[in-house]
Design a protein around this ligand. Structure first.
Ligand SMILES: *Cc1c(COP(=O)(O)O)cnc(C)c1O
Length: 391
């Protein structure tokens, strides 16, 4: 093991390992475990996409290497979708690059802009890939705390000026995993100004851009004035179309950033199976998208309401979240997030995610993923409510 590179040796300890072990122990003992731990949709990819894939997989033209820059049809479909959905004009040639799932692009963007010793501004709690990509590129993550009192939006005025001056990238993610928070266009406009002041590239992770409730519809960072000049936005078909296993996403926005990522990628991967890109075209452009997304929102919204109501009946005081399929809630007094999650698992067989797993500012919270059907969710919430009260 002493031959491992420092970047691997220095990787943060996997915080879920202990919980995974307990889940396995419980299952082995015959406990009926309900997992609200994983952010992976439980519903299938819609038929209209699967059918297109079945046709495309049989076509010999799709069996060879895809073009490095991705299929023109897929880039055009993304452009068409951005125009329709966000009113944003994208040049498919220079402002869009397909990704092997958005995680891949998020992990690699730091390699394009971050030199050893540079800083990247990273939200905490947050998706761990922003920090890991930064560390792999030799950079230093500067944490931007997401606090409840600020509605889980980073306070730009609180970022040390010294760090901002050394910073290359600023990561954001709205609707937000794990907090479920959403951002306003006013906030995005402030970020544009901040990015200009400090010459930063904004990396907006929009994985949950279609998962929103009530009347709220998430905005693209590129919708705000000047957004496209300073930002690269990462999109994903994973959560929108229940396609997590297909590995298809895209990066759009600033030509400089998109082309840098493209240059990086041509040197480390050879693109995405053409049949999958064609299925992605179908996903984004078929008129069935609209009713499908509407039903998907209704499905998660109903689950959200079940979970929020149950927790509030047990003494919590949660407001329904406006986006993502997560709920973010404080742990009762006297527990760390890991202790709370372990206690719930031992006493009820329900798996939650400890907030600490998303960074140090996630301590004191737990996350519920609304990725089980209503009956199982009801059962899980019933068990929690019968076991613990919030005080
Ligand atoms: C799920 C998720 C992603 C990654 O999705 P891909 O499957 O790689 O496209 C990115 N960011 C956040 C915050 C996520 O939750």
């Amino acid at each position: 093991m002493d031959r491992l590179a420092e970047r691997i040796r220095k990787l943060p300890r996997y915080l879920f390992a202990e919980i995974d072990k307990k889940v396995k122990e419980a299952r082995d003992k015959g406990v009926d475990v309900i997992s609200l731990g994983i952010g992976d949709p439980d519903s299938p990819t819609p038929d209209y996409i699967v059918k297109r894939m079945q046709e495309e997989v049989a076509r010999v033209v799709n069996h060879s290497y895809p073009p490095d820059e991705g299929l023109a049809e897929f880039r055009e479909a993304v452009a068409e979708y951005y125009g329709r959905r966000h009113g944003v004009d994208l040049d498919p040639q220079h402002e869009i690059v397909p990704l092997i799932g958005s995680k891949e692009g998020i992990a690699h963007i730091a390699f394009c802009f971050t030199d050893p010793g540079d800083v990247n501004l990273v939200p905490d709690p947050g998706y761990p890939v922003y920090s890991i990509g930064t560390l792999f590129a030799g950079g230093l993550p500067q944490l931007m705390p997401l606090l409840q009192q600020n509605n889980f939006i980073p306070d730009l005025d609180n970022i040390p000026v010294e760090a901002a001056r050394r910073a290359k990238l600023l990561f954001l993610n709205y609707p937000n995993n794990p907090t479920g928070a959403v951002a306003t266009s006013d906030f995005f406009a402030k970020v544009v100004q901040y990015a200009r002041d400090y010459k930063l590239i904004v990396c907006h992770d929009a994985a949950y851009s279609e998962i929103a409730f009530d009347d709220y519809r998430p905005i693209s960072f590129l919708e705000v004035e000047g957004g496209k000049d300073v930002a690269i936005e990462f999109g994903s078909l994973s959560k929108t179309f229940n396609m997590t296993g297909w590995r298809l996403g895209y990066a759009v926005g600033s030509r400089t950033a998109v082309e840098a990522l493209y240059r990086f990628k041509t040197n480390v991967d050879s693109g995405i199976f053409k049949a999958i890109q064609q299925a992605g075209v179908e996903a984004l452009t078929n008129p069935q998208m609209e009713p499908f997304i509407k039903d998907l929102r209704t499905l998660y919204q109903r689950r959200r309401d079940i979970a929020v109501q149950a927790l509030n009946e047990a003494g919590w005081d949660l407001k329904p979240s406006q986006g993502t399929f997560y709920l973010w809630a404080p742990v009762p007094k006297g527990y760390t997030s890991t202790e709370f999650v372990s206690t719930i698992l031992e006493q009820t067989g329900v798996v939650l995610t400890p907030g600490r797993g998303f960074g140090k500012y996630g301590e004191g919270y737990f996350r519920i993923a609304l990725t089980v059907d209503e009956k199982r969710l009801q059962e899980a919430m019933q068990r929690i409510r019968n076991t613990i009260k919030f005080n």
